[in-house]
Design a protein around this ligand. Structure first.
Ligand code: SF4
Ligand code: FES
Length: 291
């Protein structure tokens, strides 16, 4: 049998989710963005290696680090889409490396880049603190065990899993406002001087911010981003008695007013959260869709 016959056919499908699983190993080029902190001295390094049908992008990165280049910087933990640490841009799209089958990408060259919107610490690892700076650590999540014990209340059709966010940052990277590719002008400050802001609002309420020294997002959009607003909307549902205080944050200078309805956040989310809907929910509370 010729080498060509042994090689899995090229898969035209662009998404690993829809592509049939290739059954034969293939030799691919993995093109990795390398840089120091802040994206300094950025370049691409190519690694050519055989990839097995069962290899995820994270498996391949692990092999490159162990067998070829121990200086490669990336982050991972659970290897099964639970921890959110391995999010990166894979052939230009935000994905979790641990559940992205390499061969199903259907490409001879797979390009790996760090998430956008968040400062690069090195190679494929970004600093998540600008995202967490806007998520109060006291905001609680509804846990499955809670709804199992209480059942579905009268008048509620079904539960939506509110705790789905794995804080991977994919939505932050995909959002054109957060990543600096949106070219519409920034919103005007609201009149009345009652803009809310986190962490200032939390401090006013006597709660310490999670990280006082978190750096700002590199593009300086001023937008807290989709994930913090999704978290805030979860908290609004959990603590309706704190509605005014929480809306003060959501409708403040870093909040929903920056959203330009690209919906890129919801498309990028690997965990079934729809941050765009959360943002719309907040927008529709007290004042509808008006700025
Ligand atoms: S909302 Fe989705 S994409 Fe955004 S951080 Fe949470 S899990 Fe990741
Ligand atoms: S390693 Fe935990 S989500 Fe990928």
């Amino acid at each position: 049998m010729s080498d060509a016959a042994k090689t899995a056919p090229e898969t035209p499908a662009a998404t690993p989710e829809s592509a049939p699983a290739p059954r034969q190993p293939r030799t691919l080029t993995v093109r990795v963005q390398r840089s120091g902190p802040g994206g300094s001295n950025a370049r691409f390094d190519d690694f050519r290696l055989p990839v097995r049908p069962e290899d995820s992008v994270l498996d391949v990165l692990d092999r490159i680090r162990v067998e070829t280049d121990p200086t490669l910087v990336y982050r991972h933990s659970c290897h099964h889409s639970s921890c959110g640490t391995c999010a990166m841009r894979i052939n230009g799209r935000e994905r979790l490396a641990c559940i992205t089958p390499m061969l199903a990408l259907g490409a001879d060259v797979v390009t790996l880049e760090p998430l956008r919107s968040l400062p690069v610490l090195g190679d494929l690892m970004v600093d998540m603190r600008p995202m967490f700076a806007h998520i109060d650590p006291d905001w609680g999540y509804v846990r499955p065990v809670e709804r199992a014990s209480t059942g579905v209340p009268h008048g509620v059709a079904r539960y939506t899993r509110l705790e789905n966010c794995i804080e991977c940052g994919a939505c932050m990277s995909a959002c054109p406002v957060s990543n600096g590719t949106d070219d519409t002008p920034p919103p005007e400050p609201r009149r009345g001087g009652q803009d809310g802001a986190h962490p200032a609002a939390s401090q006013a309420a006597g709660q310490p911010a999670r990280d006082q020294e978190a750096p700002a997002a590199p593009q300086g959009s001023g937008f807290m981003g989709p994930a913090p607003l999704a978290a805030l909307n979860r908290e609004l549902a959990r603590q309706p008695e704190r509605r005014e205080e929480l809306l003060h944050i959501g409708k403040g200078p870093h909040g929903e007013r920056h959203c330009r309805r690209h919906l890129a956040c919801s498309r990028a989310c690997p965990s079934g959260v729809y941050p765009a809907k959360d943002i719309m929910d907040i927008r529709m509370m007290h004042g509808g869709g008006k700025d």
